[in-house]
Design a binder for this molecule. Structure first.
Ligand code: SF4
Ligand code: SF4
Length: 484
C-alpha cells in the first residue's frame, strides 16, 4: 500500500520521516530521520553523500582553487595575468591587450554566454550544480561547518539551542575560518588588478590604496553573507540565471529526474523482502531530500530550486544498492526519455547547433585576434578645417593627424613616407621617428602636391611605415588628398 505524498513543509508544518523501528533496512531510514524540505525559513543542513556526482562536484573545487593561485604565476618576470587599469592594459602571459583590442572582450563575453546557454540546453543547471562560485563557496563553508559543528542533526540542534560556552566556541571558530576564506577571496580578486606580492605587503603595512580596501571589504562581506548565511536561497531567489533558465530548456534537456513509473507506488518497508512487483522501487527513505543542498524533493517533479547537482542520484543509487534494486531510480534523463519517446541526438537540436556555431565563431575570432594583435596601432585622420590650403608656390597642402601607438616593450625607430601621388612631399615628420615603448604619440604631418598630379578632387594616398631599428615591421594606412 502506498504512503500519502509528503506535504511541502510550511511554517509550523515541519516534516520529518518516521524512523522504522526494526528490519534490515533500519539503517537507511535512520540516516534521513531529520529530512526537511526547504521553504526558506530555516537553514538547510544537507547530509554529506559519497558518489560519482559528488566527485564531479569536487572537481569544481579544484578548478576554483586556480582562482586563488593564478595571480602568483609569473611570466617573463611579471604577473602572468594582470588587468593593469592605470596603464589600460591587460596582460595574458606574453600577450598584452590594449583598449584598442577591446572587441575581443565582446567575443569573450559572447563565448561565455553561448557556453552557458549551450550547457543549459543540454543538461540544465549543471553549471550551478558543479561550477558556480556560489555553490562551490557554499560547499566549502558547509564543510567547515560540518567539521566544527558536526552532522546535520547536531547542527540543527545547535541552531535551536541557547547560547552556551560550547556554542560560543564553535561559532567563533566557524566564523573565523569563514572570515579567513572570505578575506582570501577578496585579496585574490584584488590581486588580478595589481601585483599580488606588493598587494600583500601593502595590506600588512596598511599602505594599500583605498580601492583595494573597498574591494576587500565588499568581498569579505559578500562572501561571508552569501556563502555562510544565504546559501541555497541565492540559487532559489536571487540568481537571475536560475530565473531565466526555464526558457533555455526543452524536452530533450537532461536533468535529475525521478522515474515515477518505476518508483511508484512508493512506500516504507521493514525488510528487503517486502519489495515486490506490486510495489514501486522507492522505499520512501527520503535520503534524496536529506542530501539535497537546496532542500528539494525531486520526487515532486522538476523545481526551480534544483541546481542539477546530482547528489540525490548518488544518495538514491546507494539506497538501491542496499535494497538490491538497480541504480537509476533518480537519474539524468530528459522528459522525452521518461515519456518513452525518441530522444533527439545532440546535433539534431537547432538551439544546440546555433549555440555551438556562435561558440566556434567567437573562439576563432578570439584566437585570430590574439595571434594578429598588431605591434603598432596607427590611425591617420585627415584634417577637415581647412580641408586643403593653397600655398604661395601654387602647390596644395593637406594636413593629417597621426596617432601611433607602439604596443611593444621596446623603443622603435620608424620611417614614414607617402605614395600613390606623383611628386607628393611629406612634411612635419622626421626622416627617422622614435616611438617610445608602450606609448601613444599623436603628431600632425602635412602633404604637398602640385595640382597637375591631382586628376580628381579627392585622390587616394597611402602612408607607409617601416621600422629602421627594432623588429622588422611594415604597416600601411590609406587616406585621401583633397584639392579645390
Ligand atoms: S527516491 Fe530513492 S532516495 Fe528518494 S526516497 Fe525514494 S528510495 Fe529513497
Ligand atoms: S534535487 Fe537533486 S539534483 Fe536537484 S539540487 Fe537537490 S540534490 Fe541536487
Amino acid at each position: 500500500m502506498s504512503e500519502p505524498m509528503p506535504k511541502i513543509r510550511g511554517p509550523g508544518n515541519e516534516q520529518q520521516s518516521t524512523p522504522v523501528e526494526h528490519g534490515d533496512v533500519r539503517e537507511i531510514y535512520e540516516e534521513s530521520h531529520h529530512w526537511i524540505v526547504n521553504t526558506g525559513n530555516t537553514t538547510v543542513h544537507a547530509k554529506p553523500v559519497k558518489g560519482r556526482f559528488r566527485r564531479l562536484k569536487n572537481l569544481g573545487w579544484y578548478i576554483w582553487f586556480g582562482y586563488f593561485l593564478t595571480p602568483y604565476i609569473r611570466w617573463d618576470g611579471n604577473q602572468a595575468i594582470l588587468f593593469d587599469i592605470p596603464n589600460r592594459q591587460f596582460h595574458l602571459f606574453s600577450i598584452t591587450v590594449y583598449p584598442q583590442d577591446i572587441w575581443m572582450l565582446a567575443l569573450v563575453l559572447i563565448l561565455l554566454a553561448m557556453t552557458l546557454f549551450g550547457v543549459t540546453a543540454v543538461a540544465s543547471r549543471v553549471f550551478c550544480g558543479y561550477f558556480c562560485f556560489q555553490t562551490v563557496w557554499t560547499d566549502w563553508f558547509t564543510r567547515v561547518e560540518d567539521w566544527i559543528e558536526g552532522s546535520p542533526q547536531q547542527r540543527r540542534k545547535l541552531d535551536e539551542s541557547s547560547w552556551t560556552g560550547e556554542k560560543l566556541r564553535k561559532r567563533a571558530m566557524k566564523y573565523s575560518i569563514w572570515g579567513g576564506i572570505a578575506i582570501l577571496t577578496g585579496v585574490s580578486f584584488a590581486a588580478y588588478f595589481t601585483d599580488v606580492y606588493q598587494l600583500w605587503i601593502d595590506i600588512f603595512t596598511l599602505q594599500a590604496p583605498p580601492a583595494a580596501w573597498v574591494t576587500l571589504l565588499l568581498f569579505f562581506l559578500g562572501t561571508f553573507y552569501l556563502a555562510g548565511f544565504l546559501r541555497e536561497q541565492v540559487c532559489l531567489w536571487l540568481c537571475p540565471y536560475g530565473r531565466i533558465q526555464g526558457v533555455m530548456l526543452d524536452r530533450d534537456t537532461i536533468l535529475p529526474t525521478y522515474d515515477r513509473k518505476r518508483g511508484e507506488p512508493r512506500g516504507k518497508i521493514k525488510s528487503k523482502s517486502e519489495i515486490t512487483a506490486a510495489k514501486g522501487d522507492c522505499i520512501d527513505c527520503k535520503l534524496c531530500v536529506a542530501v539535497c543542498p537546496t532542500g528539494v524533493d525531486i520526487r515532486e517533479g522538476q523545481q526551480s530550486g534544483c541546481i542539477t547537482c546530482g547528489l540525490c542520484i548518488d544518495a538514491c543509487d546507494e539506497v538501491m544498492e542496499k535494497v538490491n534494486r538497480p541504480a537509476g531510480l533518480i537519474r539524468y534523463a530528459s522528459e522525452k526519455e521518461m515519456d518513452g519517446e525518441h530522444v533527439s541526438s545532440l546535433f539534431r537540436r537547432p538551439r544546440v547547433i546555433i549555440y555551438l556555431a556562435i561558440f566556434i565563431l567567437s573562439s576563432l575570432g578570439i584566437v585570430y585576434g590574439l595571434l594578429t594583435i598588431p605591434p603598432i596601432e596607427w590611425h591617420v585622420i585627415h584634417e577637415r578645417q581647412p580641408l586643403y590650403t593653397m600655398m604661395s608656390d601654387g602647390s596644395i597642402q593637406n594636413s593629417y593627424v597621426f596617432k601611433v601607438f607602439n604596443k611593444t616593450k621596446q623603443d622603435l625607430v620608424v620611417r614614414i613616407h607617402a605614395e600613390d601621388i606623383a611628386g607628393v612631399e611629406l612634411h612635419g615628420v622626421e626622416s627617422e621617428t622614435i616611438l617610445k615603448a608602450e606609448k601613444l604619440i599623436p603628431f600632425t604631418v602635412r602633404l604637398r602636391a602640385v595640382p597637375e598630379n591631382l586628376p580628381e578632387q579627392k585622390v587616394p594616398v597611402r602612408f607607409i611605415l617601416d621600422t629602421v631599428k627594432g623588429p622588422p615591421m611594415h604597416q600601411e594606412n590609406t587616406s585621401f588628398f583633397a584639392r579645390p
